[in-house]
Structures are given as C-alpha cells and as structure tokens.
Design a protein around this ligand. Structure first.
Ligand SMILES: NC(=O)C1=CN([C@@H]2O[C@H](COP(=O)(O)OP(=O)(O)OC[C@H]3O[C@@H](n4cnc5c(N)ncnc54)[C@H](OP(=O)(O)O)[C@@H]3O)[C@@H](O)[C@H]2O)[C@@H](O)CC1
Ligand SMILES: Nc1ncnc2c1ncn2[C@@H]1O[C@H](COP(=O)(O)OP(=O)(O)O)[C@@H](O)[C@H]1O
Ligand SMILES: [K+]
Length: 519
C-alpha cells in the first residue's frame, strides 16, 4: 500500500487523467452518474459564487461543445434553470457525443432557450464555457475562433469548466484563441496546462472541484509517488524547521556562508543577506569584497562579515585565508558576484555540503569546462545537493543543448541529466529533482518581476537549507518551502502596498512575518 497523498498536490497530464477516469468507469461507475455528480458540484459552486455577488439570479449564457465538457455544461444549465436562473444555451457545432446529445435534448424539452446566434449572448450577465475540456490539442479555427474572439470582447463575467477552451491541456499553449476566463473550475485533478506560464493570463482565478477519486486509482496510474506535484500550504509548512527546543544554541540552528556582492552590485549581497535573515538561520556569515564590509555590517548587524581581498574592479579576488569552508552547513554563491573569480566556484563545489548557486554563480558554472553544458552528471563530483536557481536566461546558458519547449519539462530534463536540483524561476517556479520529480509553485504575483527579488529568494532558500542540513533533514522540501514563502511574502506585501509597492527590500521585511507565523 502506498502512502495516500492529498489529491490537491497532484498534477496530471491529459493522458493520465483519461487513464484514471477509465479505471473508474471500468470498475462500474457509470459515465452518466459521474457527469451528474461533477456537474452538480459545479452548479453548486456557481450558485454560491453568484449569490455572493447579487441577490437576483443573473442570466447565464452557456456555451456547449460536442463532448463531455458540453455534457457537464448542459447538466449545469439544467440544474441552475431549476433553481430559477434565466439560461440561454448556444451550441456552435451540431455533432455531439450520445450522452451530451441526450442532455441537450432534455434541456430543449424543458424549454431552456437555445440561441441561433452567439450575438444574443450579450443579454447574459455570465458566460459559461463548456465547449472543450481536458484533452485539447487541436487549434481553434473558423467559426469557433470568431465565437471566442467575440466572447472575449464582451463585458460579462466568464467561467470555464475544467480548462478554458483553446488551452492545450498539457503545455498550456493558447491554440490560436482561447476563452478568456475570470474563473476556471478544474475538475477532479489539477491539469498540467494550468501551471504553465503560457496559460496564466487566460485562466483567471483557478479552483479545483473534487469528485472523490479513489487514491488507489490515482496510484495505479501515477505510481505511489506522483511525479508532478503542486506545492500546497500544508506541504510548505510541514517542511519548515521544527519548533525550536528550549535547550539549543545558534550552531544547532544552521550555519550559512553567503558569498556575494561586488562594488558594482552591493545591493544584491544585502538583499540576499536579508532573505537569509528571514529564514531564521542560526549563524549567518557573509563573504563580500572588503569595500562592502561597512555597508553589510550596518545593514545586517547580526551577520559575521568576512572582508575579502578584492580585484581592482571591486569583485572578490579570493576568500580570506582563514575562511574554512568546511565549517558551514550550507553555502550560497552568486548574487552580485561578477564572473571575475572562477576559483570561488571551484572551491565551493569541492565542499561536501549543500551549495546554492544563483546569478553569477550560475554563469561561472555555465563557463566551467567540467560542466559540459549540464550534460555531465555531477553526482561523481559531489554527494551533497547542488541547488541551481536560474531564471530562464541563466537556464539557457547552463543547459544550452536542451530542446524541451516548456519550462517544466526543460527543468525536468536538466535535473535528470545534471544531477542538480533545478529551481527554474518564472511566473510559476518549477523545482525539478534529479529523480525526475517536479514541484510547481501554484500561487505567486507579477509583483516579483522586479530586480532583486531573486536575491532575496537565494538568501531565504540557503538559510532554510542550512537549517535542514544542520539538523540532518531532507533538503529538497525546504527548497519547495522557500519558493512558496517567497511568493507568499510578495502576496502579503502586495496586499499592503499594491503590485508596484513590492520592492525587494520590502519583500525581505515582509518575509519574516509570513514565515514566522508558521513555525
Ligand atoms: N475526466 C473526468 O474524470 C471527467 C470529465 N468530465 C468532463 O468531460 C470533459 C472531457 O470530455 P471529452 O473527452 O468528451 O472532451 P471534450 O473536449 O468535451 O470534447 C471532445 C470533442 O470536441 C472536439 N474538439 C476538440 N477540440 C476541438 C477543436 N479545436 N475544434 C473542433 N472540435 C474540437 C473533439 O473532436 P475530435 O478531435 O474527436 O474530432 C471531440 O468531438 C472534461 O473536461 C470534463 O468537463 C466530467 O463530465 C466527468 C469527469
Ligand atoms: N511574472 C512573475 N510572476 C511571479 N513571480 C515572478 C514573475 N517574474 C519573476 N518572478 C519571480 O521573481 C524572482 C526574480 O528572480 P531573478 O530573475 O533572479 O531576479 P534578480 O536577479 O533581479 O533578483 C524569481 O523568484 C521569479 O520566480
Ligand atoms: K471548458
């Protein structure tokens, strides 16, 4: 028996969803019964949603496609009709699967208006998209494209059943044109396309409606540890350091060495240090060019600041002679570093403790002859985790030979071939482990699209990793937590100050509030 995982954590491809669904049907659950159950839950959700907006049932326009997504839409239309909602149905294609046709015939017999022209949907207050559901790969063309283009220009609220029509279920690509949803109700299990950057601007608010899929059927298709997972509040929280025992001291709460900064990029070192502060790490040591020491001493007074000899351009020339890299539980290298001193990378890679590389740490790695474009597995070099946190540009430099077109698959290939833990940054950060598993952060904000926010993440992540390493706990779950809390910090700061108010320093000051509330 495998350990039952919260279904909210699982992300499936269209083929996997279909295989899971087939198991339910093969076991005897009638297709029509499942549609009735699922659509009943959608109708309830919509009713609750609309009742919060207006006391009078608004007029719903329902787009009905030929498959079971259209069948769901018809059951929703019927149930809401019975509840007193004015409904109009528009069906752009004549063909229909038998169950969908039966629901259409019944809706017609009830007297629910069937529109001949989509333009008549303009009298509705809400438009429901039941055109196409999971499994979409074909482009939206001709009349359907015109319909969706028209719908997207209307002022009504738009709700999509399962996945917006026109979105590729796995890659999230817009297949020509897509229904621009304000709300998407994903059915049963999260679909991959809902987490791909390409789809984010089409989905609106996304909710999952459960319909009691047995874990045994999920595990039979996905295996006992599903490869694609979503970070959830529970998983992020459960990985955080345990409440501190009374009898402890700073060296039992993680020692982190952060090697960062240059005269040109001094702020990156302080932002990463402030991110590390938010992790609660027991002892933070900063190695910076000596000219930055006074600044860092002032900004992060609790840190031990090692003044490093510097190059004429103000980069770290070498670490201080008495700096013993072996004493740290984790090392982070990169923010604001410049690429002048490759020996910093060589030295830190040799140390057998978790190493977080960001920014110029990654650029140094990309240029290292042993790295070979990420194709030579690092496992023979080192046994402790190597954690890479590239943005897409850095990722391309690190893995120039990878051809995967989508971030999730690209990160997965990169981690498998290199043996590193790859944190590919973007609107939805993807964390890929060398064993092929993937975690995706589902909640974030474009407020983070701003210089310096990645530096804060590096510090926070490295601090949590240092605590975990010191306490001999697994590292990867803390990497997930760091990505989650970084985004939650931004969301909290955004609530208080708006999207444009989330500068990296503000983010670093908000992080301790969200992380501390959990430990
Ligand atoms: N999974 C579950 O557990 C449950 C699933 N349920 C529901 O079923 C939905 C999936 O239903 P589904 O498989 O019938 O697919 P759906 O998209 O409705 O129709 C496919 C039809 O559309 C056509 N077509 C597609 N693209 C097109 C295009 N661009 N342009 C033109 N035509 C296009 C396609 O044509 P074909 O490609 O075959 O020629 C085929 O005829 C799912 O999302 C959920 O709502 C729930 O009821 C119960 C629980
Ligand atoms: N549109 C977006 N939505 C959510 N998060 C974003 C978005 N754009 C960037 N981010 C996040 O902001 C951070 C930017 O990091 P990075 O590019 O390294 O910036 P910097 O080097 O300036 O600190 C990453 O954590 C990334 O995931
Ligand atoms: K849909």
């Amino acid at each position: 028996m495998s350990v039952e995982l919260d279904l909210d954590r699982i992300i499936v491809s269209a083929a996997e969803m279909s295989a899971i669904e087939t198991r339910l049907f093969d076991a005897g659950f009638p297709v029509a019964a499942l549609m009735e159950k699922v659509a009943g839950r959608i109708a309830q959700w919509i009713q609750h949603w609309l009742s919060q907006q207006t006391p009078n049932p608004p007029h719903l326009g329902v787009l009905v496609g030929p498959g079971h997504n259209g069948g769901d839409a018809l059951v929703v239309a019927r149930e809401l009709w019975f509840q007193g909602y004015p409904i109009s149905i528009y069906r752009p294609l004549d063909k229909a699967k038998p169950l969908t046709q039966a629901h259409f015939d019944y809706a017609t017999s009830l007297g629910i208006p069937i529109l001949d022209r989509w333009q008549d949907l303009q009298d509705c207050q809400v438009i429901v998209d039941g055109l196409f559901g999971f499994g979409q790969t074909r482009p939206i063309e001709g009349k359907l494209a015109d319909l969706l283009t028209w719908v997207n220009q209307q002022p009504q609220q738009r709700l999509s059943i399962d996945i917006p029509s026109g979105i590729h279920t796995d890659t999230g690509e817009v297949l020509g044109v897509a229904f621009q949803a304000d709300v998407t109700l994903c059915l049963g299990l999260w679909k991959r396309g809902l987490f791909q950057d390409a789809a984010l601007d089409v989905l609106g608010e996304v909710q999952r409606l459960d319909f009691d899929i047995p874990w045994a059927d999920v595990a039979a298709v996905l295996g006992p540890v599903p490869q694609w997972q979503r970070i959830t509040p529970e998983s992020a929280r459960s990985a955080l350091p345990l409440p501190r025992p009374q009898f402890t001291h700073k060296y039992q709460q993680g020692q982190l060495l952060l090697i960062a900064g240059s005269r040109q990029y001094g702020g990156a070192a302080s932002l990463a240090a402030l991110g590390a502060r938010a992790s609660g790490v027991g002892m933070l040591t900063l190695a910076v060019p000596e000219s930055l020491q006074p600044l860092l001493n002032q900004q992060v007074p609790e840190a031990l600041v090692l003044a490093c000899p510097e190059t004429p351009q103000g980069a770290i020339a070498q670490l201080p002679r008495d700096c013993d890299l072996n004493r740290y539980d984790a090392i982070a290298l990169g923010p604001g570093l410049t690429q002048q001193t490759p020996t910093l990378l060589e030295q830190t890679l040799q140390i057998d403790s978790p190493l977080v590389l960001d920014a110029d740490g990654l650029n140094l790695l990309a240029a290292d002859s042993n790295w070979q474009g990420g194709e030579a597995n690092i496992t023979p070099w080192r046994s402790s985790p190597l954690i890479l946190t590239p943005h897409p540009g850095e990722f391309r430099r690190l893995f120039p030979h990878l051809s995967a077109p989508h971030p999730a698959e690209a990160a997965q290939q990169a981690a498998s071939q290199s043996g590193a833990l790859v944190v590919l940054k973007g609107a939805r950060v993807v964390i890929a482990r060398p064993d092929g598993s993937l975690a995706i952060n589902p909640e974030s904000t474009p407020a983070l699209a701003r210089g310096g926010s990645g530096d804060v993440l590096t510090g926070l992540m490295a601090g949590l990793v240092a605590i975990a390493a010191c306490q001999k706990r697994a590292i990867a779950p803390l990497v997930h937590s760091a990505v989650w809390w970084h985004a939650q910090g931004a969301l909290r700061a955004q609530q208080q100050r708006g999207v444009l108010g989330v500068d990296a320093w503000t983010l670093s000051q908000t992080l301790p509030l969200v992380v501390a509330g959990q430990v």
